[in-house]
Design a protein around this ligand. Structure first.
Ligand code: FE2
Length: 410
């Protein structure tokens, strides 16, 4: 699978990024840990130079895993030494820190890819290895989710604002906060469940061209899609491959590992559509809680509050979606568990600017023929997500933990 990388490559690439984004531009006469490594661990940065083809990363039998860890420890020591010497010799202290923050956020993205790539590698192996043994209660948990049809919550027309606001880190693609007008719309209280998507599969949805965009239908036929990635039918029973091995399909779990094409087709089948990223952001904003630094929900203990995105993230150590929390009123379940496809194309916000150098290639050059996903997944680090966070993938890609919720016009 050309989009996935081996674990060793993800590890080496994160280390390379610290060299390429931080050390090389900020430390005069910086010499790479190993002059051959940039060729191996550069992903897509033309500014930095040539690289191993993406689909050949799995062939890198050298350096060994141990050597990749030595690489990381060596670069860590260099960075730590710069802090200990109070940034002596660094071209620009603040820019060094800003670049390091970007490299750390980049590494968090690869922590997610580590799991999504590993899952596909294990799935593709005839041995289908199990990554971790499971506490089955996770899978059996109902958590009050009844499986009843999702409520749709209605919103009036509104002129609102989207994009990053406040302090702290964000990516360049979230900047350019701007006004958007939303027509009256309704959005589902929660993401679509396995049992709902299964109805579509069993109703012959994958054999009926009426639900599919033209490119989607061509992809479906070319790839032989009959159901979501990782689903498998044995006799009359459906199973799903997970990092815990193959498990019976849990009807109440949000459906996951869908392409945009599949999410869009299901929405059409239901007489609905996907939400735009701006509808999603507007509604999700109303569900965010706050907590103070102590982690206690009491503003008296500490006046400083941080935004709290309550959800099922990588930090839980489970690496698979769980059944949903009940939502007493309004909408919920926006954070973690499954990324949510939106119908929005991945485009620049007004005034979008890229920085100088290699990091200019980080986000902007992908603003072509991709769709936006929001909210994070069960393999996203919890402190990586934000209200304005824009993930993006090509519409046929489905190896990420991607699901969706429905919306419709009023
Ligand atoms: Fe990367």
């Amino acid at each position: 699978m050309v989009y996935g990388s081996p674990p060793k490559w993800n590890l080496g690439h994160c280390t390379w990024a610290i060299e390429a984004f931080v050390l090389e531009p900020m430390v005069p006469d910086y010499r790479y840990f190993n002059p051959r490594y940039p060729y191996l661990f550069n992903s897509y940065y033309n500014t930095v130079g040539d690289r191993v083809d993406r689909n050949k990363r799995g062939l890198l039998s050298r350096p060994t895993v141990n050597e990749v860890y030595q690489y990381r420890h060596g670069v860590d020591e260099t960075v730590t030494g710069i802090f200990e010497k109070n940034f002596t010799g660094v071209r620009n202290r603040q820019e060094f820190l800003d670049r390091l923050e970007l490299a750390i956020n980049h590494e968090q993205q690869h922590q997610e890819l580590f799991f999504t790539d590993l899952k596909h590698i294990f799935y593709s192996s005839p041995m289908q290895p199990v990554y971790l043994e499971t506490d089955r209660s996770w899978f059996d948990s109902k958590k009050g989710s009844s499986g009843e049809a999702a409520r749709f919550v209605e919103f009036d027309e509104i002129l609102t604002e989207v994009g990053f606001k406040g302090e702290g880190f964000c990516y360049d693609n979230e900047l350019g906060r701007h006004k958007v007008y939303l027509n009256p719309f309704a959005i589902a209280e929660r993401p679509v469940l396995n049992q709902e998507y299964l109805e579509f599969v069993e109703a012959g949805g994958y054999r009926d061209h009426r639900w599919w965009l033209s490119d989607a239908w061509a992809t479906l036929q070319g790839e032989g899609w009959e159901h979501p990635l990782y689903w498998e039918k044995e006799g009359n029973r459906w199973f799903e491959f997970t990092l815990h091995g193959k498990i019976p399909l849990n009807p109440l779990q949000p459906v996951v590992h869908l392409s945009f094409f599949e999410a869009d087709a299901f929405a059409r089948f239901k007489g609905c559509r996907l939400p735009t990223e701006f509808e999603w952001e507007y509604v999700a904003d109303q569900t965010i809680g706050t907590k103070n630094d102590s982690g206690v929900d009491s503003p008296e203990i500490s006046p400083k509050k941080t935004v709290s995105y309550e959800g099922h993230f990588m930090d839980a150590g489970f690496y698979h979606p769980v059944t949903l929390d009940p939502v007493p009123a309004g909408c919920g379940n926006f954070w973690g568990n499954v990324w949510e496809w939106t119908m929005s194309s991945y485009l620049p916000y007004p005034g979008f600017k890229t920085p100088e150098g290699a990091v200019a290639e980080y986000n902007g050059k992908f603003m072509n023929a991709q769709r936006v996903l929001r909210g994070g997944s069960c393999v996203t680090p919890s402190d990586h997500i934000r209200l304005s966070y824009r993930n993006f993938f090509e519409p046929f890609q489905r190896w990420q933990f991607s699901g969706f919720r429905l919306a419709r016009d009023l």
